[in-house]
Design a protein around this ligand. Structure first.
Ligand code: ZN
Length: 398
C-alpha cells in the first residue's frame, strides 16, 4: 500500500454512470481505449444534471473520463470526489446479497436529512452513508449522528481521502480532522474513502496500526485496502463495511483482553482509589470515647494518606504476595517508614484512621481481608500474638 498515492488529490474523473441501468462504472487505468465506445454511447457524467457527452482519455497519465465539450462542475475537485465516492459506495452495497435497495441522495424518513447514500438491508435498520469531503464542525457531526440515531437509522462515515494528511516525518501517521476523532470517540464507524483508487482506509492507533483507533488523538495510522477486498457486515451492528484491518484489530483486542485477564486489576493504590468514610464505631462506648471518636473522624477528613504511603504499603504487604499471607500494623508502619516521607515517632490517630479507611477500600475492592486476632486463632493457623487488627491478602480477585 502506498499512503501518498492513497491521499493524493487526483482531480481526474474516473467514475461514470450507465444512462440506462444507472450502474456506476469505474475506469481502470489503461482501459481508455477499450472503454471508449461504451462511454460515448452508454455512459454519462455522474454529476447531477450534467448532460454533457463524455469520452475516455488515455496516454501516459492516469486514464480518465472527459467531457467532449467544455464543462465546469460546481464545487471543484472536492465535489468531484464526493460525487464519485457516493456512486462507488452505492455500487458496492448494491452487490451485497443482504441489501434490498440503495439510493444516492435520499431523504431519510423521520429526519429532515438527506443521506449521501441510503442502504436498506433485507433485514435490520437502514444505513445512511455520509461522505465527508468538506470541513465539518463537531456540533454538526454529532447533531447528524443524533438525528439518525433517533430515527432508528445507522450511520457510516466515509471521510474523504483529501481530508486526511500524512505527517511530514514519513512515520506513516496521518492527521485527521477533529470531528472525525470526536465521532469515533462517540462510537461511530469512520473509514477513509478514495474513489479515484477505489480503496478504503481503516484507522489504527497512532502508535500501533494493528490496534483499533479509538478517537483519543487526532493522529492515527491507516491501513489501506481495495474496496473489493472488503465485505458487507450485517451481523456487526457498527461496522457495515468490514475491512482486512478490522480482523487484525480484532486479534489485537483479543490479545489485550487476554493479557488483562491474566493480570491483577489495573487499578493500583495511589491512582484512583475512591475515598471511603471509616466504618461506624461499635455501639456501647462511653461519652468520652464517643467524643474522641468523633474528633478522630474529623481529623480523618483532614488527613489525606499520601500516595507514596499507599504505594509502599501495597507494594510490600499486598502485591505479589501469596494468597492468605498475613500482615500487621507493624508491617504497615515499617513500609511507611521506608518511604522517608514521615518523621519518626508514634502515629497520630488521624494518620492511623486515614490508613485504616484506605485499607477498608482495599478490602471492599477484594484485595485484603481485615480479621481480628481472635478470629485468626480460631482458624487454627499459627501466628504470634499481636496487637490490633490483622490483614490477610486475597490475591484471588476478579
Ligand atoms: Zn459532468
Amino acid at each position: 500500500m502506498d499512503l501518498h498515492a492513497f491521499l493524493d488529490d487526483d482531480p481526474r474523473q474516473v467514475w461514470a454512470l450507465d444512462r440506462v441501468t444507472g450502474e456506476s462504472v469505474y475506469l481502470e487505468d489503461g482501459d481508455a481505449q477499450p472503454m471508449r465506445p461504451r462511454t460515448r454511447s452508454d455512459l454519462r457524467c455522474p454529476y447531477p444534471d450534467c448532460v454533457g457527452a463524455i469520452t475516455t482519455v488515455g496516454g501516459e497519465k492516469r486514464h480518465h473520463f472527459r467531457h467532449l465539450t467544455d464543462t465546469t462542475h460546481p464545487g471543484g475537485p472536492e465535489s468531484l470526489h464526493h460525487v464519485e465516492a457516493k456512486f462507488m459506495v452505492a455500487d458496492w452495497f448494491r452487490r451485497s446479497a443482504g441489501v434490498a435497495r440503495v439510493q444516492v441522495e435520499s431523504a431519510v424518513a423521520g429526519t429532515d436529512r438527506r443521506a449521501d447514500v441510503l442502504v436498506e438491508p433485507l433485514d435490520g435498520r437502514p444505513l445512511a452513508v455520509e461522505v465527508e469531503y468538506k470541513s465539518f464542525t463537531i456540533e454538526a457531526a454529532l447533531a447528524k449522528r443524533a438525528d439518525y440515531e433517533s430515527a432508528g437509522v445507522d450511520c457510516l462515515w466515509l471521510l474523504g481521502h483529501s481530508r486526511v494528511q500524512a505527517w511530514p516525518d514519513e512515520s506513516g501517521r496521518v492527521q485527521l480532522p477533529r470531528f472525525a476523532a470526536v465521532l469515533v470517540e462517540d462510537g461511530a464507524r469512520v473509514l477513509v474513502a478514495n474513489p479515484s483508487t477505489r480503496e478504503i482506509g481503516t484507522l489504527g492507533d497512532h502508535a500501533n496500526v494493528d490496534a483499533r483507533y479509538a478517537g483519543e488523538h487526532t493522529t492515527a495510522r491507516i491501513s489501506i485496502a481495495p474496496l473489493a477486498q472488503c465485505w458487507h457486515e450485517t451481523a456487526t451492528a457498527n461496522r457495515f463495511i468490514g475491512t482486512p484491518a478490522d480482523l487484525r484489530h480484532d486479534a489485537t483486542s483479543r490479545e489485550l483482553a487476554a493479557q488483562r485477564a491474566a493480570q491483577p486489576p489495573t487499578h493500583r493504590p495511589g491512582f484512583d482509589w475512591p475515598r471511603q468514610q471509616p466504618l461506624p464505631r461499635r455501639e456501647g462506648v462511653d461519652e468520652q470515647a464517643r467524643r474522641e471518636s468523633s474528633k478522630a473522624a474529623a481529623e480523618v477528613d483532614a488527613f489525606e494518606v499520601p500516595e507514596a504511603w499507599k504505594t509502599a504499603i501495597f507494594a510490600s504487604c499486598v502485591e505479589g504476595r501469596p494468597n492468605w499471607a498475613v500482615f500487621t500494623w507493624s508491617d504497615i508502619t515499617r513500609a511507611v517508614a521506608r518511604t522517608g516521607t514521615r518523621a519518626a515517632g508514634p502515629w497520630s490517630s488521624a494518620e492511623f484512621e486515614g490508613v485504616r479507611a484506605w485499607l477498608e477500600v482495599l478490602e471492599s475492592d477484594g484485595w485484603i481481608f481485615v480479621v481480628s486476632p481472635k478470629e485468626f486463632a480460631a482458624s487454627g493457623k499459627q501466628r504470634p500474638a499481636v496487637q490490633g487488627q490483622l490483614f490477610q491478602t486475597n490475591s484471588v480477585t476478579s
